[in-house]
Design a protein around this ligand. Structure first.
Ligand SMILES: *[C@@H]1O[C@H](CO)[C@@H](O)[C@H](O)[C@H]1NC(C)=O
Ligand SMILES: *[C@@H]1O[C@H](CO)[C@@H](O)[C@H](O)[C@H]1NC(C)=O
Ligand SMILES: *[C@@H]1O[C@H](CO)[C@@H](O)[C@H](O)[C@H]1NC(C)=O
Ligand SMILES: *[C@@H]1O[C@H](CO)[C@@H](O)[C@H](O)[C@H]1NC(C)=O
Length: 537
């Protein structure tokens, strides 16, 4: 707001030219000769005489331009009032007093200035400890600028000063400023920064000052997080996390959680975050952020809610039954938090485990029969363990199959014969013993690949076959057993003999006798028809 002032000073101090001379009437003026008026303010020039009862007044400017003011006459006094002074009022004014035939004249010189009360202090950025910053002292709407000097004082010490001596071509109000760049320190906090402008106009230099208490900032330092009881928790536990970060002004602390999509979910605007009844989903990265006007700093903490491993699964590629020499991949997975460690072992005969690998995939290349067995995968973490087993069967095509008859392949009726089949590389359970016949093969009930014929009969003679077969192959062996009848042994009921007898006799009584003996034999349980015939012959 421009002040409504006029600075007045005496003619004696000035290089002042009186350009009108009294020609009889003595004219008095106020103020004496020179006046300096502020733009926007008002100024009044008064001209009076004591020599005349009823004078008349006339006002004009030196160049006969308009007066830009209002004249009011009152008795022996005339006043030229200029409201809202502007550049056009900067002129030489002449007051003429008429008293009858005589007159008198006095001149005024009006100078103007512009110098608003308030200076502005601007910062290039918020002043921060350790970071260069430029402060600018700005003097708006100043006139005449060539009389201006600006000075910046920090903590009562002048740090920069500048004047603006180049004269202006055009009369105008100008905005002038002084800049100063420095790096604030903690000592600057609260110190005064003064912007001082001096307009060196007569009679007295005008001074304006604006003082600012320096606000110096410190960006938030690395937050420090304390977690109680631990970052590693069990389901249902509670945890309290406290975060601190130094800075000036004290940073605002907030807690949030990182989401899977990369965003953050704000949890608290407090330094302390308490989580209760934690669940597996509460595991994750929590972020503490300290924010103040000059910066942001953050720190992350990872919380793990441990969950016992579960759903341990094994996949076997290509298959858990394999041919000797082939390769197999057994891959194990297990759910849990923290992610379970996988341990592969093989179960030994005594049920103890032989640890093989901690890789998720256990690879066996060029498998051997001895690799068969139960493999165990365990998912292990701090919260527990989960286990899964798989049985691996390595097979070989049967080989070295041997079929023997003991004591010999040629026996006599009544002998005991053992037909035995063995295989070098497969268990006897995979061996089948058969007796071949045109009407169809008979599978023999063998024990460990051996079949025993007690008291061999002629009908036991024939081809015996041994077969060993598994998923990967088949082997066959056969032998022919020869059973010879015993010489002189008439106990034997030979069908050939019977046919021969029937054919040669061809008599009815004989048939009747056969029936008779046959019935008798049935009744006795055993009977020799040959003996019976012999005794009758
Ligand atoms: C600044 O200096 C002036 C004189 O130069 C003195 O009167 C004033 O007390 C000083 N202020 C401070 C804060 O030192
Ligand atoms: C912060 O803590 C105060 C008490 O210390 C509590 O009243 C306020 O609700 C808390 N604000 C949040 C966002 O948790
Ligand atoms: C086992 O895994 C390896 C690596 O992935 C692969 O190169 C190989 O072919 C796999 N073997 C079998 C038998 O699946
Ligand atoms: C685990 O896998 C790495 C490569 O993936 C292999 O170098 C290492 O031998 C494996 N360890 C066992 C015990 O199989």
């Amino acid at each position: 707001m421009p002040r409504n002032i006029a600075v007045i000073f005496g003619a004696s101090n000035m290089l002042w030219m009186v350009f009108a001379v009294s020609q009889g009437v003595k004219v008095e003026i106020f103020p004496e000769s020179k006046i300096i008026a502020q733009i926007g303010g008002s100024a009044s020039l008064t001209c009076s005489t004591t020599d005349c009862e009823s004078p008349s007044f006339s006002w004009r400017t030196q160049m006969d331009s308009p007066l830009y003011g209002a004249v009011s006459n009152e008795g022996t006094k005339s006043t030229l009032l200029m409201d809202s002074v502007s550049f056009r009022n900067e002129n030489s004014y002449l007051c003429t007093v008429f008293c009858g035939a005589s007159k008198g004249e006095r001149g005024f010189e009006v100078e103007i200035f512009s110098f608003p009360e308030d200076l502005e202090i601007h910062w290039s950025s918020l002043p921060e400890v350790g970071k260069p910053v430029t402060v600018k002292c700005l003097v708006p709407d100043v006139y005449p600028a060539e009389k201006l000097e600006i000075r910046l004082l920090k903590d009562n010490h002048s740090v920069a000063t500048q004047d603006f001596l180049e004269p202006m071509d055009v009369k105008s109000q100008e905005t002038k400023s002084l800049e100063f760049t420095f790096t604030p320190t903690e000592e600057d906090i609260g110190k005064a920064l003064v912007c001082q402008a001096t307009l060196d106009i007569a009679p007295e230099p005008q001074i304006r000052t604006t003082t600012e208490k320096m606000q110096v900032y410190i960006s938030p330092e690395d937050p420090v997080i304390s977690v109680n009881p631990s970052t590693s928790l069990q389901e249902g536990d509670s945890v309290m996390m406290t975060c601190t970060s130094e800075g000036l002004p004290a940073p605002q602390i907030s807690w949030s959680k990182k989401l899977d999509n990369g965003n953050q979910q704000l949890l608290s605007g407090n330094a302390t975050l308490t989580l209760i009844a934690m669940r597996m989903e509460d595991s994750g990265i929590y972020v503490c952020e300290g924010v103040n006007p000059v910066g942001t700093n953050r720190k992350e903490v990872k919380l793990t809610v441990q969950v016992a491993p579960s759903d341990t699964t094994i996949s076997v590629s290509p298959s858990s039954t394999l041919e000797e020499g082939s390769s197999v991949n057994m891959t194990c997975s297990s759910d849990g938090l923290p992610a379970p460690k996988i341990v592969w072992s093989k179960k030994l005969r005594d049920e103890t485990l032989e640890r093989l690998s901690e890789n998720t995939t256990l690879t066996l290349t060029s498998t051997k029969i001895e690799d068969s067995g139960v493999y165990v995968c365990e998912g292990i973490n701090l919260a527990g363990r989960s286990r899964k087993e798989v049985e691996l069967i390595i097979q070989a095509a049967p080989k070295d199959l041997q079929l023997t008859a003991f004591p010999s392949e040629s026996v006599k009726e009544g002998d005991t014969v053992i037909i035995s089949c063995t295989c070098g590389n497969v268990p006897p359970t995979l061996i089948t013993l058969k007796k071949k016949a045109e009407t169809g093969d008979t599978v023999l009930k063998s024990t460990d690949g051996a079949y025993t014929i007690h008291r061999a009969r002629l009908a036991d003679a024939g081809v015996y076959e041994c077969e060993s077969k598994n998923e990967v192959g088949l082997q066959l062996r056969s032998i022919t057993l020869d059973v010879k009848g015993r010489e002189g042994n008439k106990d034997y009921f030979s069908s050939e003999l019977l046919v021969l007898y029937c054919a040669s006799s061809l008599i009815i009584p004989a048939i009747g006798m056969i029936i008779y003996f046959a019935r008798k034999a049935n009744m006795k349980g055993s009977y020799s028809l040959v003996d019976a015939q012999k005794s009758k012959v």
